[in-house]
Design a binder for this molecule. Structure first.
Ligand code: ADP
Length: 341
């Protein structure tokens, strides 16, 4: 823009004013436009903000509802959990009570068992004396009057003698069995199993010779048992291996193999064998698979073996097939250094 000096002509001044007015009008126009633009923008922004506010309010509302729902669910779940907890506590209480009852029952059973064992021990012990009298006097009766009375009397006397002898065997075996609990458990030293076996073989010498039995044994280890107990186990198993023989002469093999924490002993025979269904039963007290007429016995031998072996923490079982011989196996856990001899 070109302004004339103050001392120019009036025309120039008017022109200047006009130009200024024009300029002002244009500026006004621009300001108006700007103002309008600004107002529009403010309106738009206000609309936007209103929208955003509404959106925020809506979101807030939703959030509130969600929070309420969540609180409700938390309350519900807490209630459920409290109920569950109560039920659990009740169950624990009942279980503890049941355990306590079981323990009391077990204790009562142990006591009853111990009383019963004591009773069986005393009974078998006290019965020995009168039984010995019956046995002695029936034998005297047989000696003095046998063949002097009639045939019936002879038969009655024979039955009495046999009955008394059998009863004596039963009582002796029962006493052996019951006294196994009264004697202290365990062994203080390791013994040579070979010696226990030789002792049993020597006790059975007559039966071995009579039946032509052949006994083969491997070198046996030292075990932590009382010699009398291991000897008794061998004697019962060998005695049975000879007694339950087939026609051919008994062949018996005794062996022991090392396992992780124990020795596994086996006594194998070529006898009549055992039906698998009775494999467990035969270890019960007085359990027999044959009549006394077929094979003499009391049904206590294996029960005594089981009692002895279990007292030392071992197991005993049989593997057999009817007609095909039997293998009796028992374990003796380590009680120290069970080294082979
Ligand atoms: P017992 O020999 O006095 O009858 P045991 O307790 O020693 O009593 O044996 C129980 C039963 O197991 C025997 O009656 C017999 O039927 C069976 N038995 C035991 N050992 C053998 C064996 N080696 N072979 C076949 N049967 C056997």
């Amino acid at each position: 823009m070109n302004f004339a000096a103050p001392n120019s002509s009036l025309e120039v001044s008017q022109e200047t004013v006009r130009l200024l007015q024009q300029e002002l009008a244009r500026t006004n126009q621009e300001v108006l436009l700007l103002t309008l633009e600004l107002e529009k923008r403010v309106e738009d922004r206000t609309a936007e903000l209103r929208l955003a506010r509404e959106q925020l309010l809506k979101t807030n509302q939703e959030l509130l509802q969600l929070t309420l729902k969540l609180e409700h669910r938390v309350a519900e779940r807490t209630q459920e959990l409290t109920q569950l907890n109560d039920a659990l506590l009740q169950e624990i209480k009942e279980r503890k009570q049941a355990e306590a009852n079981l323990q009391t029952a077990n204790e009562a059973l142990r006591q009853a068992n111990s009383d019963l064992e004591q009773f069986a021990y005393s009974a078998s012990h006290d019965l020995q004396e009168p039984l010995r009298m019956v046995s002695t006097f029936s034998q005297m009766l047989k000696k003095k009057y046998g063949g002097k009375l009639d045939a019936d009397a002879d038969q009655y006397i024979r039955y009495t003698v046999e009955g008394a002898t059998r009863m004596e065997r039963l009582i002796t075996d029962l006493l052996t069995y019951t006294s196994l609990t009264s004697t202290p458990k365990g062994a203080t030293t390791a013994i040579d199993a070979n010696e226990a076996l030789l002792c049993a073989i020597s006790n059975l010498q007559a039966a071995i010779e009579e039946n032509g039995a052949v006994i083969t044994r491997s070198n046996l280890p030292r075990v932590w048992m009382q010699p009398v107990h291991l000897g008794q186990v061998f004697q019962n198993l060998l005695g049975n291996a000879i007694k339950y023989r087939k026609k051919e002469s008994p062949q018996i093999v005794i062996d022991a193999v090392r396992r992780e924490n124990e020795w596994l002993f086996s006594v194998q025979d070529n006898g009549i064998g055992i039906d698998g269904q009775y494999a467990n039963d035969i270890f019960g007290i007085f359990k027999r698979l044959h009549s006394t007429a077929e094979y003499f016995g009391t049904g206590m031998g294996l029960a005594i073996c089981k009692r002895i072996i279990e007292r030392y923490g071992g197991r005993i079982w049989v593997e057999s097939q009817l007609g095909n011989g039997s293998t009796f196996l028992f374990t003796v856990p380590d009680g120290g250094s069970n080294e082979p001899v």
